[in-house]
Design a protein around this ligand. Structure first.
Ligand code: SAH
Length: 354
């Protein structure tokens, strides 16, 4: 494990708008009647990843100067990076208001995934999640989300960054507009060009947002289910009191999936809480009729967490029950555990000095 600090944020220029917060529509509004200019700026900012408006060489010099008076390209500052034994890398970014968020770069067989945050902290209060201990501070702007993808693409050109998962800090569907805008930008062929099939928004189950989501984006959906009955789920996820399982499951059934796609059901296994074969059987019944695959995640403990990781034998038994069902089941490999970069271990460096 290593820790280092870098400082490469642009100086703060109050009053200027950050081009990273724009999408295609926003840029078009900047150049009425000249949409080709908006396309050029889009490709400089999100495709080539330039940090300086002056570098947009196919724009006339006076236009660049004019744009620089009102706009800038301001990335969050990288204030820490830790690399785990398995090469998983956690990056801490300081935002302009001083808040710190974390992102994780995850090595896969032949490519990398980025796990991005959508909020500073989180209001959902899930009992098993470290981020919950921070409480909620604010939503991220779309630029702050997009930067978490653009920065590593530029900083690590040798890593093929192909997947983006909204599984970092925060509840993406409570920051709906910025998350949708960020997803559109990162999948744009003139931008970072991540395939829509390789972007996944993960939610704890904000039912009213689910009905809009399929209309607003074609990226994948994951739902953190974590329990097969309301009693268990409400105990570990307070959001279940507002949107109980029956409502959540019927919203998922109504969710219009592109052909051959399935919803990912995430299930964090917690010792003695939701990890018995009987929970697994009830999970199968609950999911009946849903186009879903199940992703099992053994609980990752964090400092002061009261819950415990499951016994590996119970994980296997749970998995076995699910294998005997129509649902594909995957056991998520724990990566980056030694640097608190695994699922549910992000907390903006607030508690562990990242
Ligand atoms: N708010 C979103 C995204 C953030 S959580 C959501 O709820 O989906 C991302 C995933 O990490 C969720 O599936 C969550 O259940 C899981 N998770 C959270 N804390 C965890 C922990 N300590 N160990 C293992 N998985 C955890």
């Amino acid at each position: 494990m290593q820790t280092n600090t870098t400082s490469e944020a642009a100086p703060v220029l109050p009053g200027r708008r950050n081009l990273l917060d724009c999408d295609r529509e926003g840029l078009k509004a900047l150049f009425p009647d000249r949409s080709f200019r908006a396309d050029q700026v889009f490709s400089w900012v999100f495709g080539k990843g330039v940090r300086d408006i002056g570098a947009m060489t196919n724009l006339p010099r006076d236009l660049r100067q004019e744009l620089s008076l009102t706009h800038e390209i301001a990335y969050p500052e990288v204030v820490g990076s830790q690399v785990a034994k398995d090469r998983t890398e956690k990056l801490a970014y300081r935002l302009r208001d001083g808040a710190v968020i974390e992102s994780v770069l995850i090595p896969e067989k032949d490519h990398w995934s980025v796990c991005v945050s959508s909020q500073v902290g989180c209001a959902m209060g899930c009992r098993f999640c470290f981020t919950a201990t921070m409480g909620f501070r604010r939503h991220l702007t779309s630029g702050e989300i997009v930067s978490q993808v653009l920065y590593p693409i530029r900083a690590y050109p040798e890593r093929a960054i192909r997947n983006v998962v909204f599984m970092g800090m925060g509840e993406p569907l409570l920051n709906y507009d910025n998350v949708i805008r960020a997803a559109a930008v990162i999948t744009d062929p003139e931008g970072p060009m991540i395939s829509k099939r390789r972007v996944t928004i993960s939610t704890c189950g904000i039912v009213p947002a689910l009905s809009r989501l399929a209309l607003d984006t074609e990226v994948g959906l994951a739902v953190s289910l974590n329990a097969p009955d309301d009693e268990t789920r409400s105990y570990i996820m307070p959001v279940n009191r507002k949107y109980p399982l029956a409502e959540l499951i019927s919203a998922l059934k109504a969710y219009e999936l592109p052909r051959r796609r399935r919803i990912t059901v995430e299930y964090v296994l917690i010792r003695g809480i939701n990890d018995s074969p009987s929970h697994a059987k009830r999970l199968i019944r609950l999911l009946h009729g849903l186009r879903a695959k199940v992703n099992l995640i053994p609980f990752n403990p964090w400092p002061e967490s009261r819950l415990q990781a499951p016994d590996p034998a119970d994980v296997l038994a749970f998995e076995d029950v699910l294998r005997d069902s129509p649902f594909t089941v995957m056991l998520r490999k724990e990566k980056g555990k030694d640097i608190l970069a695994a699922c549910g271990q992000l907390a903006g460096g607030a508690r562990h000095g990242a």
